[in-house]
Design a protein around this ligand. Structure first.
Ligand code: FAD
Length: 384
């Protein structure tokens, strides 16, 4: 597929090497197990995170504090390779690197960075990112979680929902309302009053841990606040980092679906000849490949803009909206090519399709990104 669109010449040697390492790791250590983890609705997240850490894949586009400091494009390519195995595994990496670590990196004090980032980059410590609440997802500005001063300390009360890595985390980055607006707090998860409960029975992103968090008079020291966090734009800044990874990641799911469907269509015979030899099948594959190629070109363009320090949040929205939507369409169409086999875990296609339903919703739903793009086009705010 990449050859058809001559994508590889658009990458430099370092980016190709990093991609090869991620692909080899995913093929050897993730793919053989992921269907089993998916079915069981769990994954050995700590072990996987340590392996990610050894390869420098956690917070890999951040500089210093034990982070690899590679290009944003290289980070995107790794998201692509890991999501080609499973979006849940890419979520483990994104939440750790782009949400939890980035929050500390961008808004933390020097002490907070020194305390958490090197261990998190190695995958020795895990983080989660608590923004969404039961009643506030697309509109996090309505959040009820509150931190108030109590002498020198802070007292945190409230709850968060749908928090990836929530029961695994050593530190939760929690966004709360204060008398100075919304701010981020670092909450060690062994603090009294902090509880995390795993949310079971998901039909999507099953190889990923999702949790509800509750804070009941959680007492935190004065320096638990992220000093540079100010208002909703701070968590949104983290989300923009993670969404950027999804622009590449979703195309990893799409690639795996297309490759699987092409292989299947060549070997499956219907009405005495290979499925791949029928025009209807080729039309499905050709249309899917076009969207894949366009999605990758968009991802690489956004990668170059980000590396030049020129990317805007609207452009990240365009990438997330387009690539996740098209990846889902590709996954659904590839599923039809596999017929009944397509609905099983023996093939990755339905697993990807199901995961992409979550990816369409988290990190800003497709509707929210349409509204972002709509506002950029018209100047009209249609959010409320
Ligand atoms: P709602 O906001 O209730 O939206 C419902 C529907 O209404 C959607 O279709 C939405 O697009 C639409 N809608 C909303 N507003 C408008 C509008 N103005 N105009 C038109 N339509 C609108 N959150 C975290 O903080 N941290 C995490 O680690 C995390 N991990 C997640 C993992 C999983 C598996 C999932 C499923 C979610 C996760 N989330 C996480 C939460 C996710 O970000 C939210 O689910 C998402 O923001 C949507 O919020 P909601 O589910 O409350 O939907």
């Amino acid at each position: 597929l990449n050859e058809l669109f001559a994508l590889d010449p658009l990458l430099n040697e370092e980016e190709r090497d990093i991609r090869a390492t991620a692909r080899e790791f995913a093929n050897r250590h993730l793919r053989p197990h992921v269907a089993e983890w998916y079915e069981a609705g769990t994954l050995p997240a700590r072990e996987v995170a340590k392996e990610f850490g050894k390869l420098g894949m956690l917070g890999m586009h951040l500089h210093g504090y034990g982070c690899a400091g590679v290009s944003a494009t290289a980070y995107g390519l790794v998201c692509h390779e890991i999501e080609a195995a499973d979006a849940g595994l890419r979520s483990l990496m994104s939440v750790q690197g782009s949400l939890a670590m980035y929050a500390i990196y961008a808004y933390g004090s020097e002490d907070q960075k020194q305390q958490w980032l090197p261990d998190m980059a190695r995958g020795e410590k895990l983080g989660c990112f608590g923004l969404t609440e039961p009643d506030f997802g697309s509109n996090p500005g309505g959040m009820r979680t509150r931190a108030r001063r109590d002498g020198d300390d802070w007292l945190l009360n409230g709850s968060k929902m749908w928090i990836t890595n929530g029961t695994l985390a050593d530190v939760a980055v929690v966004w709360a309302r204060t008398e100075d607006g919304i701010r981020g707090f670092l909450v060690p998860t062994d603090t009294r009053g902090f509880e995390a409960h795993e949310m079971k029975h998901k039909l999507s992103l099953r190889a990923s841990v999702t949790a509800e968090l509750s804070f009941d008079d959680v007492r935190l020291p004065h320096d638990a606040v992220l000093p540079e966090s100010k208002g909703l734009k701070s968590p949104l800044g983290c989300l923009s980092e993670a969404r950027f990874g999804i622009v590449f990641g979703s195309m990893g799911s799409a690639r795996d679906c297309l490759e699987t469907a092409i292989g299947y269509a060549k070997s499956r015979e219907v009405f005495d000849k290979p499925l791949a030899a029928y025009q209807l099948t080729q039309a499905k594959l050709a249309d899917g490949a076009l969207e894949y190629g366009k999605g990758m070109l968009l991802a690489l363009h956004l990668g170059r803009l980000k590396d030049a320090g020129q990317i805007t949040s609207e452009q990240v929205s365009i990438g997330k909206l387009n690539n996740v939507r098209e990846a889902l369409e590709i996954a659904r169409t590839c599923r039809t090519i596999l017929g009944a086999n397509g609905i099983t875990l023996e093939y990755p296609v339905m697993r990807h399709a199901s995961n992409l339903e979550t990816v369409l919703t988290y990190e800003g739903t497709s509707e929210i990104h349409q509204l972002v793009v709509g506002q950029a086009l018209t100047g009209e705010n249609a959010f409320r």
